[in-house]
Design a protein around this ligand. Sequence first.
Ligand SMILES: Nc1ncnc2c1ncn2[C@@H]1O[C@H](COP(=O)(O)OP(=O)(O)OP(=O)(O)O)[C@@H](O)[C@H]1O
Ligand SMILES: [Mg+2]
Length: 243
Amino acid sequence: METLIQIENIHKIYNPGENEVRALDNVSLTIHHGELVAIIGHSGSGKSTLMNILGCLDVPTSGQYFLNGQDVSGLSDNQLSDIRNQEIGFIFQGFNLIANLDALGNVELPLIYRGIPRQRRRRLAALALKKVGLEARMKHKPNELSGGQQQRVAVARAVAAQPPVILADEPTGNLDTKSTQEIMDILKGLHKSGRTVIIITHDDDIARQTDRVIRIIDGKIQEDYYNNREDIHDEVEENNKSH
Ligand SMILES: Nc1ncnc2c1ncn2[C@@H]1O[C@H](COP(=O)(O)OP(=O)(O)OP(=O)(O)O)[C@@H](O)[C@H]1O
Ligand SMILES: [Mg+2]
């Protein structure tokens, strides 16, 4: 598998000086294209800090980050925002939908930033909403949708432009069990269709549903292991047989 993310000896220190917080303390990590990964840890362990760096929303205090082999530390803000637009779909715990736009309008927004013409935009947005089961809610504003539906709009927004990488920070943190499973099933489906999906969570049940679990404690990687390794081997064998 090709390397997607390679970070080496990353530190993130907020408020350097007397009140400094070492949010990430010498983190090194490699993630390949097509992986389904959970980054798990308690509140304050550094998960969102790591996700913001992986998503080029923030930069480390020190250390190196290669995304698709490219050293992103030397890039300008504009170049970083281009990478975000082209490569990464973001999903946040608080949905982050625009209140006065309907579902379709929210999903279209990142497509506008990508410079996709209006008609194609509409088509891609409608298709993404259909995929998350919301074709009957396209004209609804966020306050006319349930929490689970709002998060499905946010998922549609993240995937409409078909970015290769999905970064989700506590995507089910505000949802009940049923909506949580719906969102997880959608994320797993995206992984099956070839995307790299990275889910930040404090929930062991979520982590169990992924292929690989990276646990952070106090800004350090404590463990990094694969779930159901045998199943993965079986799948590989199946694939080999059918070729
Ligand atoms: N902008 C900031 N300025 C100063 N300290 C910060 C800032 N952002 C985060 N921190 C601190 O860095 C540490 C890691 O925060 P982070 O948000 O990455 O944790 P988290 O694992 O995402 O927690 P949660 O599960 O509560 O979302 C915490 O101690 C937090 O207080
Ligand atoms: Mg967080």
